[in-house]
Design a protein around this ligand. Sequence first.
Ligand SMILES: [Zn+2]
Length: 259
Amino acid sequence: MQNLFSRDGTKFNGTPEFNDAGKPVRWVNVACDRCHVIGGQRLWVMGMENGRPYSKTGFSCWTCGNTGIRKTVKERLYSEAELARLNKSASTRAARKAEAYRIAAEQAEAARAANDSEFRAANAEFIAKLDGLDGEFWDGFRESFLARAKAPTERQVMLVDAEVAKRAANASSGFVGAVGDKATLTLVIERIVGYQTAFGAQYIHICRTSEGNVVTYKGTANIGATDETVTLMATIKEHTVYNGVKQTVIQRPKVLEQA
Ligand SMILES: [Zn+2]
């Protein structure tokens, strides 16, 4: 009698039976799933509690008659040669599946890369602008824009163009006049930042000359509202560089003309 094995390769030591086709089989017990040994007794399971079966009835199991075996089934036994053949075709199948999976993954990656380069080509101008904008906010903006791979919205285009224009203007900002001079300036008020001091509300007016030079005024005088153009006479207090932008600080402004 040649050696026999179950499908998992375990050697069979008993006496085999034979199925209708004349192949060797063994009987295997299938555990009962309706009862469990609880407190030393095999009992019908009512439910699970904290991952353990419980029974409050003490009923015997009618499925298996408290044997713990629901049924017995025939399981094929294989000779060494049969088992080797089965394992070989199983590994061939697995290899084929892995190869199909690898090819699918490769194609998916190629498609993704193609989509990505198509997206980058279609939006090259916008992306180039984003590449030129440093800082945490713009790094995040760029990253999520590239990840989403959707054409920019009108609002995004406006936002980026405005930032690019602002940075270009700031980069070309130069000093106005000489410190101590009195000067007449025509300014567009770009932004007013208010804050409280011990002496009441103060405002920083951030303005720009028609040449693009930044002029700031900090104080209590009302020189106009945001987006207004004002012509005023003021003293050049100092020349400073703030966040890399050259700016001229003025004091004692006297408004000559407002629009
Ligand atoms: Zn049972």
